[in-house]
Design a protein around this ligand. Structure first.
Ligand code: BEZ
Length: 326
């Protein structure tokens, strides 16, 4: 009764987007992204799929926009079982799972269709095997957001213009290293803080994807965009190892299948909509977009980055070999 009253109070307050009261297993899922993001819509849809597949026994309550804390905090909550599931960036996992850094190799791929192939590869799936020991979580499947681009307050015509720029990056050592290599001053910062940091001049530039640029409207304060496609940006659907251990084999099968369905739909949606999102950005008044900024713009950074990170994980060479075969 107490749970029912609490649930009703939360629903009445409008703080919980979706909550089924009669479910035996209502998974709490944390995300850093806002409700309009593709990930959040797919998480909500996954709740419906879980309900259908389990005869109404399972559902999802999503906590968007970093309501439960940043990705590091959510990872800790998964570890203790305080949180059931989370859709976290591959970037956020690199600190605990160094092999995941290989997915962030600069120019590993240069288009979103190839990014999808990487995330669906056996090599990428193998990296998930390290999650239980390293994080106390189980990686159910990969999805992604769009390819990474650069947005800056001032015009950028050469790599020299990036020198010394205070660049917001997603907190992750392989990303930080890339930006340091071209002389920027990386400012690791969770997604939820980026808009204000740009607005108040705390940062000069950001590393971001089309979906987030459109969702948050970063072009209000950064009017120059370089379409670099310099990195893919993955997501892992995680379940707490403790929660996983408490599920029957049948329920594990349901959760795995439901997650896979919505990871796949997320990847397919990003692949099919990447070009149209760029067209929407091109239509924005006052935003200057420079397209086709390739690897050569960054000089020898890819070679330098690979030399550094190959020493830390064998997956850099394996991923490069994989993408060379595309
Ligand atoms: C970011 O940290 O830039 C980010 C995180 C999740 C989704 C999209 C972007």
């Amino acid at each position: 009764m107490k749970r029912l009253l609490t649930a009703l109070a939360l629903l009445a307050a409008g703080t919980v987007p979706s909550l089924s009261l009669a479910q035996e297993q209502n998974f709490r899922v944390g995300l850093i992204t806002p409700p309009v993001h593709v990930w959040n819509k797919e998480v909500d849809a996954m709740g419906v799929t879980l309900g259908e597949m389990s005869g109404g026994r399972m559902g999802i309550t999503a906590f968007p926009s970093g309501q439960l804390g940043n990705e590091g905090t959510m990872l800790q909550q998964l570890q203790t079982g305080a949180l059931d599931m989370a859709w976290l960036t591959t970037a956020g996992l690199t600190l605990r799972v160094p092999d995941m850094s290989a997915l962030h190799a600069p120019f590993l791929v240069t288009n979103i269709a190839d990014a999808a192939k990487v995330l669906r590869s056996d090599e990428a799936r193998e990296i998930l095997d390290a999650l239980p020991a390293a994080t106390g979580t189980v990686g159910l499947c990969y999805a992604m957001t769009g390819m990474r681009q650069i947005m800056a307050k001032d015009p950028i015509t050469s790599a020299a213009d990036l020198d010394g720029l205070r660049f917001r990056i997603t907190p992750a050592p392989p990303i930080q290293n890339f930006f340091e290599m071209f002389g920027a001053a990386p400012a690791p910062m969770p997604l939820t803080q980026v808009y204000d940091a740009l607005a108040n001049g705390q940062i000069d530039a950001i590393d971001m994807d089309h979906e987030s640029i459109l969702n948050f409207g970063y072009f209000d304060h950064a009017k120059n965009m370089l379409v670099t496609n310099h990195q893919l940006f993955g997501m892992v659907a995680l379940v707490s190892g403790r929660v996983w251990a408490g599920l029957s084999d049948e329920d594990k099968g349901i959760v795995q299948a439901a997650a896979q369905k919505h990871c796949d739909q997320t990847v397919d949606q990003f692949v099919s909509e990447e070009a149209s999102k760029l067209e929407r950005l091109k239509a924005i008044d006052g935003l200057t977009i420079t397209e086709n900024v390739g690897q050569e713009f960054f000089g020898d950074i890819v070679e330098r980055w690979d030399a550094e990170w190959s020493a830390q994980t064998p997956y850099v060479e394996r991923m490069r070999a994989l993408t060379a075969s595309f």
